[in-house]
Ligand binder design. Structure first.
Ligand code: NAD
Ligand code: ZN
Length: 244
């Protein structure tokens, strides 16, 4: 893939860069995006129907088990060249902010120092009633494990469809999006709000917007540069073109 010369020049002098990533960035590590079909036991369910407060209320054990499966899967996968290229960018750009919708922790595993996690993290567990963070729980029980403080059932500390994002986290993301020179939207379908509106907020404040995605999205027509391809290939090529 050829990186546009204009983008190379812009990146060389950009002081403030914001990157928003989505599930596509982890696809080459072997993690499924929500739009991929699920496999095996889970193929009869749509992720959009499992990752909701309603599903957890109706069938807590089903939702708990789906997350337990994803937690175990994440432990077996490694960051890919796209994650590592973003670590390099964080070292080369004076003010670099990484915002992710991913809950897999792969950016941190790759070495990204500061990550704004919009949707929480799979590995964190909290009480569904008193919200206490929990470090240990008994996975082997028939039921969903319970909180030792209040007896409420435990849940993953992620943001489900229909739930509000943690306020401070969203504010930090919006503030950086509004004050950057270049905004990258990478491996996200640009459909899930409010994350999808961050690119628009950046554009309103005259940032240039770059999209890297394996497929066109609703954002593609509105961006300044659309790089069609896998993030694990495009990002290292981009870093090489600018700083190599
Ligand atoms: P999404 O599943 O809606 O979209 C994934 C996007 O990635 C698509 O546009 C697809 O074309 C693109 N893509 C797929 N493979 C790619 C690759 N190799 N390189 C570049 N792009 C690629 O994901 P989303 O936009 O992040 O939003 C859905 C929600 O799913 C989020 O809330 C997120 O928390 C959650 N989610 C997270 C994970 C994870 O943590 N790994 C996995 C699945 C879903
Ligand atoms: Zn509790």
């Amino acid at each position: 893939m050829l990186i546009p010369a204009e983008l190379v020049s812009l990146l060389k002098v950009a002081a403030r860069v914001v990157v928003l990533t989505g599930a596509g960035v982890s696809q080459e590590s072997g993690l499924r995006t929500f739009r991929d079909a699920q496999t095996g036991l889970w193929s009869q369910y749509r992720p959009e129907d499992l990752a909701t407060p309603e599903a957890f209320e109706r069938e807590p054990k089903l939702v708990w088990d789906w997350y337990a499966m994803r937690r175990e899967k994440v432990k077996t996968v490694k960051p890919n060249p796209g994650h590592f290229a973003l670590v390099e960018m964080s070292r080369l750009i004076p003010q670099f902010t990484l915002i992710t919708q991913n809950v897999d922790g792969l950016h941190q595993k790759a070495g990204s120092p500061l990550v704004i996690e919009l949707h929480g993290n799979l590995q964190r567990i909290k009480c569904s009633v008193c919200a206490a963070q929990v470090d240990k729980w008994n996975e082997s029980t028939e039921d969903v494990p319970r909180c030792s403080i209040c007896g409420g059932i435990l849940r993953p500390d992620v943001v489900w469809f229909g739930e509000a994002l943690p306020r401070a986290v969203l504010e930090a993301a919006v503030t950086t999006a509004r004050t950057c020179d270049l905004f990258f939207s990478i491996g996200t379908s640009a459909l899930v709000q409010p994350a999808a509106s961050l690119a628009v907020a950046a554009k309103h404040k005259n940032a240039l917007v770059v999209e890297i995605n394996a497929n066109p999205t609703p954002l593609t027509e509105r961006v300044d540069f659309a790089l069609l391809g896998k993030s694990g290939e495009v990002l290292p090529t981009l870093v090489q073109a600018v700083w190599g």
